[in-house]
Design a protein around this ligand. Structure first.
Ligand SMILES: O=C(O)CCC(=O)C(=O)O
Ligand SMILES: [Fe+2]
Length: 530
């Protein structure tokens, strides 16, 4: 358009809002000519712009007085500043990346589809800034949710509807590519590894029991030790239940029992672990469900009838004192969490209290984690890889360590060195979504993934037990992250379907009072301690 106007000597009239000064008395011929030309150029430029736009755009610009005003309006609305251009490019790149050829499609149809994206006429993109921001957001989400949950972790996600543990696997839905890469192994009949790496090769010698025909990693002697350990832990916890019965808590232990209530026997399915089941960060798959592997303590809190009764019971008095400490801790954590949210907002150029509203009826809770040591860390589950789904996590950990994060640059699992007197701050998915949304709507520079929730996991230590206390700063259970009301009038954008939080933040999650959560988790740890 600019070239066209320039070629017709009209560009000056668009670019500069020049005034055509009235002619002086007794003007010269040259003055009269120039006056006429400059005036006509302004009208012609305006006319050109009117003619170049569609009728829907015409209705928006027809009341503007000069070509200069029209051009500026069009620039702002349809071409965009650097930020919009950046977003447009990002959107197109993402759209391009997400294109996959469908089976039913011909090469021609597929290439047309790609060309369509490449040739996108920017002037056709309406409500530029907002729409692009929303599209970018939507596409990021689509790309992120492409992976699926599988194996043992699926069980965890299903049972863990409280909001934590949103796992975003990298594998494609329904695929089991690592397994299907190999035909069934001639030694063990399982897929997932070449026969030369099979742990049941007849020529392999176990370094544990010195017998041929299996690798030490699947030696039965391992299982005996694991079972013995489970047995011991189970007895301990059951003893706790016995002792505590008439006291504060009733703890029932649902440790790894089979249906008849016995400890898993030696020929337990654990023996079916194959090499591919134990690869680096993969959860233990194809073996047993998490509910069988984990020990679970169901804890009921027996409340005294009233304060007087509680006061008479020294255990309750002690518990209440401890609870006060926990309450203080929760209060301080909350203060810190709000401060951190303020800093995040400031770093994004937003008002410090911009996020506060989301945390009005928080579903924040504290968890007390205890990781018993395991002589076979590769067989034990600490916490499987996941991202925290909520707002912020403020994690206190002891000096043992075990937390690992997946480094973004090379996707390597990296040990997080415990630093005395410090917290680890984790950004949850909700903050990532919120920040992405706000950033894309407000902030001048497109800063993709400014606050990204990081994938992490916990490995257990072979010798030392470990404790950690994550404080999960979560928004109200009803929170739905969507374009802010002051930005989006839902009537004008009815079909964008951007209920970002709705899909993963379960509306059925219950708001549990902080003190109840604290008390319950505390009793779980006390069961562990005993
Ligand atoms: O124990 C840890 O270090 C982290 C625990 C964790 O990631 C979680 O509970 O979400
Ligand atoms: Fe976590």
């Amino acid at each position: 358009m600019e070239a066209y106007l320039d070629a017709n000597d009209l560009w000056e009239a668009v670019e500069e809002d020049y005034q055509v000064l009235p002619l002086p008395d007794n003007p010269t011929m040259a003055q009269m000519k120039s006056f006429k030309e400059r005036k006509a150029r302004k009208s012609k430029a305006k006319n050109c712009l009117f003619a170049a736009v569609s009728s829907s755009i015409f209705t928006k610009i027809m009341s503007l007085k000069t070509a200069f005003d029209i051009w500026n309006y069009l620039k702002k609305e349809y071409e965009g500043n650097e930020k919009i251009k950046g977003m447009q490019v990002l959107n197109l790149v993402r759209e391009f990346e997400m294109q996959k050829m469908k089976e039913s499609e011909t090469i021609k149809e597929y290439s047309d589809r790609l060309l369509n994206i490449v040739n996108k006429d920017l002037s056709k993109i309406g409500l530029a800034e907002l729409i692009h921001a929303l599209q970018a957001q939507e596409q990021r989400r689509l790309m992120r949710s492409e992976g699926s949950v599988e194996g043992a972790l699926a069980a965890k996600v299903q049972t863990n509807q409280g909001g934590k543990g949103k796992y975003k696997g990298n594998k494609k839905e329904g695929s089991d590519s690592s397994k299907s890469d190999f035909p069934p192994c001639k030694h063990c009949n399982k897929k997932g590894h070449p026969p030369s790496k099979c742990w049941r090769r007849p020529d392999v010698k176990c370094e544990k029991c010195q017998k041929m025909g299996h690798h030490q990693k699947i030696c039965k002697s391992n299982i005996q030790k694991v079972v013995a350990q489970v047995d011991l832990q189970q007895k301990n916890v059951v003893q706790v239940a016995d002792h505590e019965e008439e006291q504060l808590f009733v703890a029932t232990c649902l440790a790894a029992r089979d249906q008849a209530g016995t400890i898993p026997s030696q020929d337990s399915k654990l023996l079916e672990l194959s090499e591919s089941d134990l690869v680096d960060d993969e959860p233990i798959r194809g073996t047993r469900s998490l509910s069988e592997i984990y020990q679970k303590c169901n804890v009921a809190v027996l409340e005294p009838e009233n304060f007087q009764e509680a006061k008479r019971d020294p255990k309750w008095v002690a518990a209440m004192k401890e609870e006060e400490v926990s309450e203080d801790y929760a209060t301080e954590m909350e203060r810190l969490a709000f401060k951190l949210m303020e800093l995040i907002a400031l770093s994004l150029g937003l008002q410090p209290d911009r996020f506060h509203g989301f945390f009005k009826d928080q579903t924040t809770f504290i968890r007390l984690n205890h990781y018993p040591p395991s002589p076979f860390p590769h067989l034990a589950l600490g916490v499987g890889r996941h991202k925290d789904a909520g707002g912020l996590t403020i994690l206190a950990q002891d000096e043992v360590g075990g937390l690992e994060v997946k480094r973004k640059s090379d996707a390597e699992w990296t040990w997080v060195m415990p630093t005395p007197n410090s917290y680890i701050i984790n950004v949850g998915d909700l903050i990532q979504d919120l920040v992405e949304l706000l950033m894309s709507l407000f902030v001048e520079v497109w800063s993709n993934d400014a606050y990204e929730s990081v994938e992490h996991r916990v490995k257990v230590n072979p010798e030392k037990e470990r404790f950690s206390i994550p404080y999960f700063f979560n928004p109200g259970h009803y929170t739905i992250v969507k374009p802010l009301e002051e930005i989006v009038n839902e009537q004008t954008l009815p079909n964008l379907g951007l209920t970002i939080g709705g899909s993963f933040w379960p509306t059925e999650s219950v708001v549990i009072s902080k003190s109840l959560m604290l008390r319950t988790s505390k009793s779980i740890t006390s069961a562990y301690h005993n």
